[in-house]
Design a protein around this ligand. Structure first.
Ligand code: NAP
Length: 244
């Protein structure tokens, strides 16, 4: 599908990658861009229509699907990352919040907007995942679990919605230069670069975006993950434990 003339809704549009998605959509000539955010006052990009939306509140999601019944492109960008381990986290609060937002929130959005997209000709859903959808890193372990669940969701709805003509795009990236990755001392891709790659993919009908070198390496290494992916992670984890 073409971005020009489309009607898009971006979740988490008040800052970070969501803001970059919204502004790239405007730049490419989308006919309307809804910027959904828990605090709509944070949506200040020119040409973006603010919509109040917490994706973990089913009532708000249903209302947004009613109010934005003209949407042809849904960008599920909103997410949380609490940098929480599986074993040493004090409780399951972070794991539950990540699963509630990144998996159940995204699922609720897909369920509410799938009929809207179908009624408007099929359109597309973009799900913002992570390189950690593919493997587990103990530093953000429960986040990875929630993004793996969201990858499973993404692959499943692609099959379920094919008959409606809905393109379903999975986006993977390692570190993106936003608040979420502020503490990471590592190469970071810009949110603008992710947004450009994603909408190029939507226009080309591609189902997957591997937005940076790390994502491409991990995807290419999955059949040998215990040789290529996990040993360096184990080494890094052991050195962090020894240093603490
Ligand atoms: N940054 C990275 O390194 C990186 C890498 C790979 C994937 N990602 C993914 O990219 C997406 C965007 O993250 P970001 O880097 O832009 O992080 P960010 O700067 O922390 O922004 C997160 C966004 O999600 C919104 N959000 C969180 N919970 C929400 C909820 N319940 N309902 C509605 N909106 C909610 C936040 O809104 P508020 O302003 O209201 O908090 C904010 O707009 C996320 O899905 C993230 O997992 C990020």
């Amino acid at each position: 599908m073409q971005i020009s003339g489309s009607i898009a809704l971006v979740t988490g549009a008040g800052r970070g990658l969501g803001r970059a998605y919204a502004s790239e959509l405007v730049r490419r000539g989308a006919a309307k861009v809804y910027g959904a955010a828990r605090n709509p006052a944070a949506v200040t990009e020119p040409g973006v229509v603010a919509v109040q939306l917490d994706i973990t509140e089913p009532g708000q999601v249903s209302l947004a699907a009613e109010q934005c019944a003209d949407v042809t492109l849904l960008v599920n960008n909103a997410g949380v990352m609490k940098a929480s381990t599986f074993i040493d986290a004090p409780n399951l609060d972070a794991a539950r919040l990540e699963m509630e937002t990144n998996y159940f929130g995204t699922l609720t959005m897909c369920r509410a907007f799938a009929p809207v997209l179908a009624a408007n000709g099929g359109g597309a859903i973009v799900n913002m995942l992570s390189v950690t959808s593919f493997y587990t890193n103990p530093f953000d372990a429960s986040y990875g679990a929630s993004k793996a669940a969201a990858l499973s969701l993404t692959n499943g709805i692609r099959v379920e919605l094919a008959h409606c003509g809905t393109l379903v795009v999975a986006v993977h990236a390692s570190f993106i230069d936003t608040e979420m990755a502020a503490a990471a001392i590592a190469p970071k891709i810009s949110p603008e670069s992710v947004a450009k790659q994603v909408f190029d993919a939507v226009e080309a009908g591609q189902i997957e975006v591997l937005a940076d070198e790390r994502s491409r390496f991990v995807k290419a290494s999955l059949s040998r993950d215990h040789e290529l992916i996990y040993p360096p992670i184990q080494e890094f984890w052991d050195s962090a434990i020894n240093a603490s």
